[in-house]
Every structure is written in structure tokens, then in C-alpha cells.
Design a binder for this molecule. Sequence first.
Ligand SMILES: *Cc1c(COP(=O)(O)O)cnc(C)c1O
Length: 272
Amino acid sequence: MTNQPGADDLPIHDFPTATSVAEFTQNIADVRANISRAAERVGRSPDDVQLLPVSKTVPEERVRLAIAAGCTQLGENKVQEAKRKATNLADLGVEWSVIGHLQTNKARDVAEFASEFQALDTLRAAAALDRRLQAAGRSLDVYVQVNTSAEPQKYGLPPEELEAFLRELPQYGSLRVRGLMTLAVFTSDIPRVRTCFTLLRTLRDRMRDIDPALVGDGGLSMGMSGDYEVAIEEGATCVRVGQAIFGARQVPDSHYWPDAFPADGDAVAAEA
Ligand SMILES: *Cc1c(COP(=O)(O)O)cnc(C)c1O
């Protein structure tokens, strides 16, 4: 059942596992070259696209190799895992970006070790983070997560609620809004994926037209290993890339986004 991708499909990758500094150096160089080509296709500068390597599920020994290969900031989906790595790898001075959903009872942890939080989608979380950050005398870069896939996903604001949400954020003075973040719909169909990225850019532009201060830096965090080149063509300023740098993950994506895989069949089939 190997389906060959068509012209409108994302390519199928088999991301090999990097197990040496040299392999990490190579993978990062390959991703950066792809970033440059995608940016140049649409007349953008590659310097305007930040690469955020995502190290979730990767054991600390291999994360150390990636850091030795030049990673200075790492993304993690789950707070517990991020906190453990931040503690055990504290000697290496990397910055940690939490990119997954936050339960408010973990706000204190995030306020302690993270430099960035990319999945802000409730005022409850904003308030909890701000309270902890104020107490610690710290600030935090945040992206507001938007649900652009028009599917009933648990995470991310519906587009029509974005403006009202952004208007509330200035009261949380320790949060520095860097822009908007999204996950595209989980499909290999490029036009459908692209629609999600185009929508995020359109929302950013619309917010800026209403009031430039609403979206802070106006950044767009969008694109993962399978679709970051499409995201860059649509204006991404940050791409979150795990598997293309670290190697294929054994944990299926449905573990992180159960709602995106209602029957769980797709994800299991993709891993098998
Ligand atoms: C895991 C993850 C990524 C990276 O996905 P890959 O397929 O490993 O590139 C990006 N964004 C979020 C929110 C993630 O949890």
C-alpha cells in the first residue's frame, strides 16, 4: 500500500535518525538549504525565517549532539519533558520554546524555564503565566495559536475570536507577543495545507490593518518537517522542524493531536 505522491501531494520522507554531530550538522544544513530555496522562490530573504528545531521524544544524549551541531534554541511540545531537558541540559545554555498546549497548572514551570511559548490560546493561560512571570521578574515571548484548519480541533483560537483575544493581551505585561502560530491540517494534499498557512498570513495582515500593535512583531510560526517549504512560500517567519533534523519519531502524531485523528487510523497506518 505505498501510495506514490502526485503533483499536488507533499513528498513522503523517511527521515533517518541522526546519531552523530556530523549527521546533525548535515541535516541542519539540508533543512537550511531548503529554507533558502523556498524563500528565494517567493522573493523573500532566508534570513527572515527562523529555524526552530523540535526535540520532542528525543533522548538527552542525542539532544546534546544536536546542540553541539549548533542548535541554540529547541522546541518541545510537552511541559514535563521540556522541563526535564532544560534542567538536565542547563550546562549547555540553550533556550527552550514550549510549542504545545499548556494546562494552567503547568504555567509556573513554563514561567521558570522557558524563553518562549508558542501555543497561547486562552486568557486563563495568559493570566496564569503573567502572574508567575511577574513574581519571577521575567518576561516571555508568546505566539497566539489559531485553528486554521476549519476542523474541530481542540487547540487554537477560531479565527473570528482572534481580534478580541489580542485586544486583551496588553493587560498581561510580561507577555511579549511575537506573532501568530498554527498547525496545518494533517494531510498530504498541498493545496489544503497551503490554505491554512494563507489564512494565518491573511489574519496577521488584517490585524495589522486594524492596529499594528495587536500582533506585536507580526511573526508567523507555521510549517513542520513535512510542509515547512509551503509555509515559507506563504510567509512563515519561524518553522518548527523535528523529524527532518532528528529523525522519524516512533510516537504517532495522534499522541499530540488526538482530535486531528478521530479514528486514529491514519496515524497508525502512517507509522506502520
Ligand atoms: C512536533 C511538533 C512540530 C514538529 O513536527 P515534525 O514533524 O517533527 O517536524 C511542530 N510543531 C509542533 C507544535 C509540534 O508539536
